[in-house]
Write a protein that binds this ligand. Structure first.
Ligand SMILES: Cc1cc2nc3c(=O)[nH]c(=O)nc-3n(C[C@H](O)[C@H](O)[C@H](O)COP(=O)(O)OP(=O)(O)OC[C@H]3O[C@@H](n4cnc5c(N)ncnc54)[C@H](O)[C@@H]3O)c2cc1C
Length: 406
């Protein structure tokens, strides 16, 4: 991917790669086994300024745009999928209220207020090193799938909001300082409406906020994605991450915002391929002695993995280069196709990797079985699960907006 990068992007990706190789990869097995949040990795990310990666430079951040974020995150995913996936939740909270919000139409009053509020939110990250989670998913999955208003509600009160509801799959549970919750404004007696979606940062130490349930999963174990209960949790106005109704606009006009879960899986796919090449060349520490590369069947498998990896990365690079407000129909369809391909191919590549290398690689002493388990999670991520991508491509290819069959 280096070919397509600016010098600044290369610098950031190289730094992420160094952290990944030297720090994250050696710790990944333990965090996975324990199902524990990778706190040490976050200390490293903090130390190197990565918590501020997507915060514009005028607020003291590194000023990465969408594309840069996606490349850095893919490099992190190559060394620890769970770190990359949780880093997504934090970084996108900054990206969406930062450069992405700049692309969205707002009234002058909304813009001024947003400017003031995001300055305060960015300051918490730049100066206080705060960590943000992004729990959108709810037990009724229609909302996170973008097909119904969020059931979590926020009622206006003096100086802020009172939030009530439940979220599940909240990555960074217990590790985040703030939980960026999507909820619907509760307008006394009126039906909940997705246009009234609010995006609020709920402080992790607020009264009425509780983390519940366990997280003992097949893969992505170190994301610690537990459940949240919120009962009359007060969130001050200054912690409103986006103005009222702006998330709804973003979801419609800036669709690539939902592709930010893919880099973790681009990284996992690359890691599985890297592993197989090293393993068959006899270069993996802890692997069997000698080279296993002369077998033509193994060579064919390697070729198949490489082709899938190149296809996934090519689509990834093209789709992230096209990310913007109001993309064309073709660009939007390509974003769904990229998401589908990356999430499905990451798992295909990992399973091919295990078949190629054989039984020794299902041992927990080697990283491949973890990559395989982590890769299984990609296609499950709302709002763009593999099935929802297929559904959208099929429908949107055949119908223009507003068209119906009578
Ligand atoms: C490792 C991991 C980390 C996660 N972290 C976060 C996080 O930090 N924040 C967050 O908000 N969420 C997070 N999620 C949740 C994720 O985005 C989904 O919400 C979750 O996987 C849904 O699980 P479910 O059991 O409710 O399945 P369902 O949503 O019921 O999905 C099962 C199947 O039904 C399909 N489906 C579901 N709804 C629809 C629909 N409306 N239309 C068509 N098809 C549909 C899906 O495509 C899928 O194939 C995480 C998930 C995982 C696996």
């Amino acid at each position: 991917m280096h070919m397509t990068m600016t010098d600044r992007q290369k610098e950031l990706v190289d730094l992420a790669g160094w952290l990944g190789r030297e720090k994250f990869a050696p710790r990944a097995a333990d965090y996975d086994r324990e199902g524990a949040f990778p706190f040490e990795n976050y200390d490293d990310l903090r130390e190197h300024g990565f918590l501020s990666l997507c915060i514009p430079q005028q607020y003291g951040g590194l000023g990465a745009d969408y594309q840069t974020y996606m490349m850095v995150a893919a490099e992190i995913g190559r060394h620890c999928g769970a770190t990359a996936l949780t880093f997504n939740m934090h970084s996108c909270s900054m990206l969406w209220s930062g450069p992405l919000a700049d692309d969205l139409e707002m009234t002058t009053e909304q813009r001024e207020r947003h400017e003031e509020r995001r300055a305060g939110i960015f300051k918490r990250v730049v100066e206080d090193k705060a960590l943000f989670a992004q729990p959108f998913s709810e037990p009724n999955t229609s909302a996170a799938a973008g097909k119904a208003p969020f059931g979590t509600t926020a009622r206006k009160t003096e100086g802020g909001w009172l939030v009530n509801g439940k979220k599940h799959f909240a990555s960074l549970s217990g590790a985040a300082n703030y939980y960026g919750v999507l909820c619907t404004e509760d307008r006394e007696g009126a039906d909940l409406d997705a246009k009234d979606t609010l995006y609020l940062a709920v402080p992790g130490d607020a009264a009425g906020f509780e983390i519940t349930g366990t997280w003992d999963t097949l893969g992505m174990r170190a994301t610690v994605s537990r459940s949240l209960n919120m009962q009359d949790v007060f969130v001050p106005d200054e912690l409103q991450i986006m103005p009222r109704g702006i998330y709804y606009k973003a979801a419609i006009t800036w669709p690539h915002m939902f592709m930010t879960l893919t880099p973790s899986y681009v990284g996992i796919a690359q890691a599985a391929y890297d592993f197989v090449v090293q393993y068959l060349r006899g270069e993996v520490k802890g692997g069997p002695p000698g080279k296993r590369r002369s077998n033509p069947t193994k060579q064919l498998f390697v070729a198949e993995m490489k082709i899938k990896l190149e296809q996934a990365e090519a689509l990834f690079l093209r789709a992230i280069a096209e990310a913007k407000v109001n993309p064309t129909k073709e660009e939007r369809l390509r974003a769904y196709a990229a998401q589908y391909t990356i999430m499905e191919y990451a798992n295909d590549i990992c399973q091919l990797a295990i078949r190629t290398c054989g039984g020794s690689t299902i041992m927990k002493a080697l990283p491949l079985e973890r990559l395989y388990r982590d890769s299984r999670c990609g296609a499950l991520m709302l709002p763009w699960t593999a099935e929802i991508c297929l559904e959208r491509i099929g429908r949107e290819a055949l119908y223009e907006p507003g068209e119906r069959d009578d």
